[in-house]
Design a binder for this molecule. Structure first.
Ligand code: SF4
Length: 236
């Protein structure tokens, strides 16, 4: 897919999937905790873990979380999965951010994007994806977070040859205007959930299939095999 096709595709997806901003009404710290909880789990389980944590501690603030024993956090977030790994991360991040009357996160998010990203990634348990989600969703920084749906679709669209996080992010940021990154990030995720699933993508219903490399490759293979001209058939 070239840049023109990518822009055309994204315009179609943007109009098809209304923006569902899950971070609306949340504090930046809540966005951070929610993103840590979302690692390796489904949206439904993350939401449940987040809700249970909120019920357990009252308000999700650095001070409240830092003052809650790790075992209690692990019990509260059990539904989000990997509770024994996530609870120490959540505790560590809360302890680090409670310094300076708890507004350290706000100060980080006021920095220029690259500096803010580095500061976030210096926190224990915060990797590039978590940092990018917090930057984009909590503070409107022009990052393009890459989740599992986006990584899969970027490969299907042949946007990247390498499959590491930074390569995919750089490719998407290169072709996406800064003001569109959050909306397009959400649109691709919505498309991955609705149609472009990991197994059995519903290409027949897909509004962007004319520009999709994966679809075209599959169609060509199917046509060849119908005509008996696939490389294997010719060889045999
Ligand atoms: S055509 Fe299929 S593989 Fe391509 S974007 Fe649509 S659903 Fe995904």
């Amino acid at each position: 897919m070239n840049r023109r096709a990518f822009t055309r595709t994204m315009r179609i997806l943007e109009s098809r999937y209304p923006v569902e901003d899950w971070s609306r009404g949340m504090t930046s710290f809540e966005v951070l905790i929610s993103t840590i909880l979302s690692q390796s789990t489904t949206v439904a389980n993350e939401r449940r873990g987040f809700k249970d944590l909120r019920s357990r501690v009252g308000m999700i603030t650095p001070q409240r979380i830092a003052g809650t024993p790790e075992a209690e956090i692990a019990t509260a977030i059990w539904h989000a999965g990997l509770a024994k790994q996530k609870a120490p991360r959540i505790s560590a991040v809360a302890r680090a951010l409670q310094e300076g009357r708890g507004d350290r996160l706000r100060r980080i998010l006021e920095l220029p994007t690259d500096r803010a990203r580095l500061e976030l990634m210096a926190l224990s348990g915060v990797g590039p994806k978590t940092a990018d989600v917090v930057l984009a969703m909590a503070a409107g920084h022009p990052t393009f977070p890459v989740d599992t749906h986006i990584a899969r679709i970027a490969r299907r669209w042949n946007l990247v040859r390498r499959t590491d996080y930074e390569t995919i992010r750089a490719a998407l940021e290169r072709w996406t205007p800064p003001g569109k990154r959050k909306a397009w990030h959400l649109a691709i995720i919505a498309h991955g959930r609705a149609l472009c699933k990991a197994r059995n993508p519903r290409c027949g219903e897909c509004p962007v299939r004319r520009d999709c490399d994966w679809y075209r490759r599959r169609r060509t293979r199917a046509q060849r095999s119908r005509r008996g001209t696939s490389p294997r058939a010719t060889k045999d």
